[in-house]
Design a protein around this ligand. Structure first.
Ligand code: THU
Length: 172
């Protein structure tokens, strides 16, 4: 249209990269994380997933060396279901109040097909992990695998949740 200016004024463009390491084999992980991943895999057996048939296990390693596991717990009313990560984190925190969290491992199995790609936490679980990072002032390392295949190791949930909302936004 004559006289109209469609030009956008861009003040600054920023690109962020996501950084993580990839392993072909659990043997390449430090023993502590290898064992944690194994516990996440065992926790898959406790999933209650009659609706999705997608079973997820999570294992949380606390600063005191204790490991707390969780698995997804579904509900006929789907929003009432809860992911493995939040089951494990809530259980760990409510049973060990004030004890920091070092790492979380996540694994999954599906009925009828192989989960060959790592299962990354959903958005709500990322936000939940972030809350614990702030609460204890420490990054939480994340280890991901499907039921086989490559393993991802991520130093902090901030890699998975850039531009996040946190307690910093609530400061007056
Ligand atoms: N689920 C988890 O427990 N964790 C994840 O990281 C992804 C999804 C569960 C939720 C639901 O019970 C099922 O997997 C299918 O979405």
């Amino acid at each position: 249209m004559p006289g109209r200016n469609f030009q956008r004024v861009v003040m600054k463009e920023t690109k962020q990269t996501v950084s993580f390491t990839e392993f072909d084999n659990a043997a390449e992980l430090p023993a502590e994380l290898r064992e944690l991943l194994q516990k996440a895999k065992s926790a898959v057996a406790n999933a209650y997933a009659p609706y999705s048939q997608f079973r997820v296990g999570a294992a949380v390693l606390l600063e005191n060396g204790e490991v707390v596991t969780g698995s997804n717990q579904e509900n006929a009313s789907s929003p009432a279901g809860i992911c493995a990560e939040r089951v494990a984190l809530s259980a760990a925190s409510s049973m060990n109040p004030g004890v920091g969290i070092r790492s979380i491992a996540i694994s999954a199995k599906a009925d009828g097909y192989e989960v060959a790609e790592p299962v990354a936490p959903c958005g709500i679980c990322r936000q939940t992990i972030l809350e614990y990072e702030y609460r204890f002032g420490k990054n939480i390392e994340i280890v991901l695998q499907g039921d086989r295949g490559k393993i991802l190791r991520i130093a902090t949930v901030k890699e998975l949740l850039p531009l996040n909302f946190s307690r910093d936004n609530l400061k007056r």
